[in-house]
Design a protein around this ligand. Structure first.
Ligand code: FUC
Length: 768
């Protein structure tokens, strides 16, 4: 490190400024001493569906608003009518090694015409324009998001008046609530208005109320309706075309409700009911209900990794310091819990799943439409759900997978002439399952099969047989039916392979030096299908149903092309060893079996474990991990490889290279999967349960000498507290919710015991 950097760090970390030194730093706050100069510095609140990014400007506050169903587009079909007939021809060309011809044919005869299938859109903006006495200085500015209460607060002083703004998005009251206060009476003069990009929304201002409505995208999309209501204590209210103006009030409350017709409801009527309910209540009662509701989820997990003086500094300075080589265990705790905060705030039962940006997105056309990319991204959003004790919040994704079935069944039949359900690399709230675009990323029919892993895992964590019978198994079965019909025999090896398909979104060089992507049998497809078949068999057995189908799947499994190790010792990504034009590619699909799958473990497959290590090292040596989500996946890989130092190094790299000032993950631009993936990765470092046993502290880095994590969940229904000191386990408590037998590993020590439902166990034998 250069002397300049060292000097800067020593100023930052060894002279704690007086203003902060008096207060004990709250380590669950993201905070700044300046307003947001752009969206990446604004602070997110959300109740699962209704969200806001808060900028905190003194003069003109902006709340950029979102509602999860504000999508342009509509359900649509883009199946290529030639697909079914072309399938055997494309396969034949690929088996003959004619990759370029096959790709060309697939592009014109299998892939559909790309329609405009819509995008997630901003709901609009709420502006609060304030009037203060002239010529007075602003001092003591601070804005923060308290992720322990899910409340954003902005405080500053002008002259002698201290102003406070509080904002939260309440699930129980289905409203965003803003409270403006000042410590002197009659100090609040503010004009509030709503607006929407495109200037097509109908906005009507009345006394203390604003409504906004639009049929988005010129009628191709949802109909939205939003309402704001202002309630003032003291002062007087007026309105005009600029909005609603409140003059010289003591306190102002703003209630905001919004909805669309996506779920078949009348949004004007619904938002009116929500408004009447919320605005009739007392602020303190609303806030308490919000905090209780939020903390019901949030408080289930507590992490401590130690603290340092960096905790006294604003979040953006701490990110800068990490970029300059400082260590900040407390920031990692904040980042970890922020991942849980974001899931609680963007994925509640009954909602749509969290999209590529959770629910927070500006503009009318988001990057990748903020869609549900099912070739890793949305799955990554939910990796943390079960392990970090947020199982109920997995539900929106599980129900969404189920809701894909109607379209997926039609696509399987019409595109490929196969029974069962299929989905390709992406989907959206219109439940598209066909594929269109460039074959090099679109020719991948495994999105449904991968998503099904979540259905089985939810059962493993909860033991909920009713859920398995009603929702999980029927989907697993139909996805397995598709894969059973999709697999085809390689004429040379006689093994079953998947194809035409790609290894998401990677390419290779053919023998004649051309860049190609399509093959018969990318490794990832087989890893996904193997787990899908195994999980479907296991689920059928739990439910005591479909024995003949289980037999059929078992027979197919025996013939499925196995995972192979190449001459250089790496896991092979394709059936042949090809030269790779982009050896540091962001997708590391052929390690699906290491994570999130469980084909590759130290106990079962030590050779593959060693090959996985080489695979990941090679990717990193060639510039891998350059998107936030890719880096987050790598943390999970190293967790599974039980290499705490490498996992930690990549976690630090994520904070250094792919984290925005407000702690949002960046692709770039902002993409939320890396936030969720990193929280999942840190969890994998501390607890694993995918290999048939619970492993404590499998990848603890030297940087975390002392700490604890309480409230994690392991497969089999175990709720676990772990404490450690000097890098060694000092306490463990396992609560058995389901009464399953338990195998616990710490290092080389393994304890096996029976458990009783509801009883807690402390395994002192592991500590000696
Ligand atoms: C995948 C990735 C891209 C991006 C997109 C949303 O296809 O390859 O990097 O994250 O999803």
């Amino acid at each position: 490190m250069s002397y300049i950097k060292l000097f800067a760090l020593s100023i930052l970390f060894f002279s704690v400024p007086q203003v902060y030194a008096q207060t004990i730093p709250n380590d669950l706050k993201i905070w700044f001493n300046h307003p947001a100069s752009n969206w990446n510095e604004a602070l997110p609140v959300g109740n699962g569906r209704l969200g806001a990014m808060i900028f905190g400007d003194v003069q003109s506050e902006r709340l950029q608003l979102n509602e999860e169903t504000i999508w342009s587009g509509k359900p649509m079909d883009f199946i290529n009518p030639q697909s079914k007939a072309a399938l055997p021809e494309v396969r034949k060309l690929l088996f003959e090694g004619k990759c370029a011809e096959a790709e060309k044919m697939a592009q014109s005869k299998i892939i559909g015409e790309r329609p405009d299938w819509g995008s997630y859109q901003t709901l609009g903006d709420m502006r609060l324009d304030f009037e203060y006495g002239a010529g007075q200085e602003v001092s003591n500015y601070r804005r923060e998001l308290n992720i322990e209460t899910a409340i954003a607060t902005t405080v500053f002083t002008i002259g002698k008046v201290t102003y406070t703004r509080e904002v939260f998005s309440s699930k129980p009251d289905e409203a965003i609530i803003v409270r403006l206060t000042a410590n002197q009476p009659a100090s609040l003069t503010v004009t509030v208005n709503l607006s929407r990009l495109g200037n097509k929304a109908l906005i009507e201002n009345a006394a203390a109320a604003i409504t906004m409505s639009e049929h988005v995208n010129n009628g191709v999309g949802v109909k939205l309706f939003a309402r704001a209501k202002l309630v003032n204590l003291g002062g007087k209210v007026g309105f005009g075309k600029e909005g609603v103006r409140i003059e010289k009030a003591d306190t102002v409350l703003i209630f905001f409700t919004a909805s669309s017709d996506y779920w078949g409801v009348d949004p004007a009527a619904l938002t009116q009911t929500q408004m009447d309910d919320a605005s009739g209540k007392n602020y303190e009662a609303l806030q308490k209900k919000h905090i209780d509701d939020y903390q019901k989820y949030f408080k289930r997990v507590d992490l401590d990794l130690g603290t340092g003086e960096a905790a006294y500094f604003p979040t953006d300075s701490r990110i800068n310091a990490i970029q300059n080589g400082n260590t900040d265990p407390n920031l990692i705790k904040l980042y970890y819990q922020f991942g849980r905060y974001l899931l609680i705030s963007s994925s509640r039962p009954g909602d749509l799943p969290a999209n590529l940006q959770g629910i927070w997105s500006d503009g009318l056309s988001a990057p990748w439409s903020a869609d549900y990319h099912i070739n890793i991204n949305i799955q990554m959003n939910y990796w943390l759900a079960e392990t970090t004790n947020l199982s109920e919040l997995h539900e929106p994704f599980l129900k969404f997978i189920d809701a894909l079935r109607d379209d997926g069944r039609k696509t399987a039949k019409e595109m490929y002439g196969i029974k069962g359900v299929v989905a390709h690399y992406t989907t959206n709230p219109w439940h598209i399952t066909g594929t269109s675009g460039q074959a090099r990323w679109a020719m991948w029919p495994m999105g449904m099969a991968w998503s099904c892993q979540h259905l089985w895992e939810h059962y493993l964590f909860t033991g909920d047989k009713k859920y398995l019978a009603d929702l999980g198994y029927p989907v697993l079965k139909e996805a397995a039916e598709f894969c059973a019909g999709w697999l085809t025999e390689n004429p040379v090896t006689k093994q079953l392979v998947s194809g035409p398909s790609i290894s998401p979104e990677n390419s290779f060089k053919t023998k004649d030096g051309k860049v190609a992507t399509m093959v018969m049998g990318p490794t990832m497809d087989h890893m996904i299908i193997r787990e899908l078949f195994q999980n479907t068999i296991a689920a059928g057995k739990v439910l005591g149903t479909d024995a003949a189908f289980q037999k059929k799947l078992a027979a197919l499994l025996a013939r499925l092309a196995p995972t192979k190790i190449g001459k250089d010792g790496r896991v092979m990504e394709w059936t042949e060893e090809f030269e790779e034009p982009e050896p540091g590619h962001r997708h590391i699909s052929h390690l699906f079996g290491l994570h999130p799958g469980s084909e590759i473990t130290q106990q079962k497959t030590p050779e593959l474990m060693a090959a996985a290590r080489k695979t990941i090292d090679f990717r990193l040596a060639n510039g891998g991990g350059h998107t936030g989500w890719s880096r987050a996946w790598i943390i999970n890989f190293f967790g599974r490889l039980q290499d705490g130092e490498a996992a930690y190094k990549n976690l630090v790299a994520l904070l250094q290279k792919s984290t925005l000032p407000n702690l949002f993950d960046t692709h770039p631009p902002f993409q939320i999967d890396g936030n969720f993936g990193a929280t999942a990765g840190i969890t994998e470092m501390l607890l694993q349960s995918h290999a048939g046993e619970i492993q404590l502290l499998p990848a603890l880095p030297a940087a975390w000498q002392k700490g604890f994590i309480h409230g994690l969940v392991a497969r089999g229904g175990f709720y676990i507290d772990i404490d450690w000191e000097a890098g060694k386990l000092t306490r463990v408590k396992i609560l058995s919710k389901l009464g399953n037998a338990c195998i616990v590993r710490y290092g080389d020590k393994v304890i096996t015991f029976k458990t009783e439902k509801g009883k807690a166990y402390s395994m002192n034998g592991l500590l000696q």
